[in-house]
Design a protein around this ligand. Structure first.
Ligand SMILES: Cc1ncc(COP(=O)(O)O)c(C=O)c1O
Length: 486
């Protein structure tokens, strides 16, 4: 079962004390010195070092040679001199102008042009370094350029990258077997983006309803405030006007109830209900954690009525909240897990639906597919991701360091913060309107060498890579406190 295997840890043999608290991993590289702030350059035990000691080191308790080890701890994260790429494309301002002119404006990025990433840090085209506290919306859970993930990608790039599913390839067996085992399920459907995993689950739920339960017009219950992606069907059941308006006609067959309200869900279930589709924690809505009894009640209701429970763990899963899947905190096992983002190791888009054969068995040859889904490169990287998660190290880092993050953030309530939500290294921080909008605070953090992003005007979202160190968490908290002061 995934929860127990994922959280298992072992003692590190042959450990050597490390001089200070750990900092996040990053590959060796040249940097300038400055006496002010922590920096992330470290070495890291690469393969067989077990997890417990690394996590202990992350919390400063028992550093060892397996822990990320700081070198030159006084360097500034914001004054590195090593300029990177981008010169051929012009200055940062010129590149932003070109992007504005030639890329459709479906995003509103902060004005920074990133050229390199290492561990929890990125460097812009001018050589300025930033602690990445968004981690590509949790797609970079394992940090930028994790050596084991890069090695898996490089090795596979040189060998075989794409066959389509018309033929088998030699990375598929280990990928599907190991991912299914991590999820505690029989099988997986490999896809690419998160939205494709959601679409796949919707198709599976409808087909299961038609073929197994004889429902002519199946309905799927979703939650208010949901975010499951950007396809026409998915935005059809979004209640975010910006995401939805103007994209009709909309796909029918969805019923919306308030998130976290099990009574409302109970009332909405009918004989036509095929599935309930929920984020285990609502990320885009502002890192909204449902009440403790919500998922246990939803599980009981759905099981009783033969309704599938689909947990969207695309953002919340794969270590982000301190467990492999966020719904583990609720002691609930869904029928289908939706996975994406971090499954691709921040390298390639990889998503999947994990479930048992009685449900996923409704897919038969020709009913569903994707040219790139489960391709050899994706499979090699995702298998390496699953192996990282199997150690339990990242889940534990998130739990230990997340506890510190949340304690520090909670301490800011009343000083520019009105509420803090989340789990593990994932937080939604509501900003006092007196201080400004969440975007204002994100811009102040940008000046201070921290990347973070707002959601819905008032909420600042923090989701650093799980390789962030305790020192860096402390630094983030200090900088946020200063940014809230203006
Ligand atoms: C919970 C959730 N589901 C689905 C998606 C869609 O994933 P993608 O952007 O890879 O299509 C996202 C993206 O943010 C998400 O947070």
């Amino acid at each position: 079962m995934r929860s127990t295997s994922a959280s298992r840890t072992r003692a590190c043999s042959g450990s050597t004390p490390s001089p200070t608290a750990a900092t996040s991993w990053s590959p060796p590289r040249r940097r300038s010195s400055s006496p002010t702030s922590p920096r992330p350059a470290t070495t890291r035990c690469r393969s067989t070092c077990p997890s417990s000691s690394r996590v202990a080191a992350a919390s400063s308790a028992a550093p060892s040679s397996c822990a990320p080890r700081p070198s030159r701890a006084e360097e500034s994260p914001v004054t590195a001199v090593e300029t990177t790429t981008g010169t051929a494309a012009g200055t940062a301002a010129e590149q932003i102008a070109d992007i504005e002119a030639h890329a459709a404006h479906n995003y509103h990025p902060l004005d920074v042009v990133i050229a390199r990433g290492e561990g929890a840090w990125v460097t812009d085209v001018d050589g300025k370094r930033y602690l990445d506290c968004l981690a590509a919306y949790s797609a970079v859970n394992f940090g930028h350029g994790h050596p084991e993930l890069l090695a898996a990608a490089h090795e596979q790039l040189d060998r075989l990258t794409l066959t389509s599913r018309a033929f088998h390839h030699d990375r598929m067996a280990e990928f599907v077997t190991e991912l299914a085992a991590l999820a505690g399920k029989d099988m997986v459907v490999p896809m690419n983006t998160g939205a494709e995993a959601v679409e796949t689950a919707i198709k599976v739920a409808r087909k299961y309803a038609h073929d197994v339960r004889g429902i002519a017009v199946p309905e799927i219950i979703v939650a208010g405030g949901n975010f499951h992606g950007r396809t026409t069907t998915i935005v059809s059941f979004s209640d975010d006007a910006v995401a939805r308006d103007g994209f009709g006609p909309y796909t029918p067959g969805f019923v919306t109830v308030p998130y976290g309200d099990a009574d409302a869900l109970a009332s909405a279930i009918t004989e036509n209900t095929a599935a309930v589709l929920l984020e285990s924690i609502q990320g885009e809505a502002g890192v909204v954690v449902p009440p403790a009894d919500y998922f246990p009640r939803v599980r009981a209701l759905t099981a009783e009525r033969g309704v599938l429970l689909i947990a969207d763990e695309i953002q919340s899963g794969l270590g982000r909240t301190g467990t492999t899947f966020a719904i583990e905190h609720d002691g609930v096992e869904p029928d289908l897990y939706l996975l994406g983002k971090a499954l691709g190791g921040g390298i390639v888009p990889v998503s999947a639906v994990a479930g048992n054969a009685d449900v996923l068995g409704v897919l038969t040859p020709g009913t569903h597919g994707s040219t790139f889904g489960g391709n050899p490169l994706a499979a090699a990287v995702a298998t390496a991701v699953v192996r990282l998660l199997r150690t339990g190290e990242y889940q534990e880092r998130s739990a230990v360091l997340g506890a510190r993050l949340h304690a520090g953030l909670t301490g800011l309530i009343g000083s520019g913060v009105t509420a803090v939500r989340g789990r593990g290294l994932w937080a939604g921080v509501d900003i006092d309107p007196e201080v400004g909008t969440a975007r204002d605070v994100a811009l102040r953090l940008l000046d201070r060498g921290i990347l973070a992003k707002d959601t819905h005007t008032r909420t600042l979202r923090l989701a650093p890579p799980l390789v962030i160190s305790r020192d860096e968490v402390e630094w983030l908290l200090r900088e946020l406190k200063a940014a809230l002061q203006g």
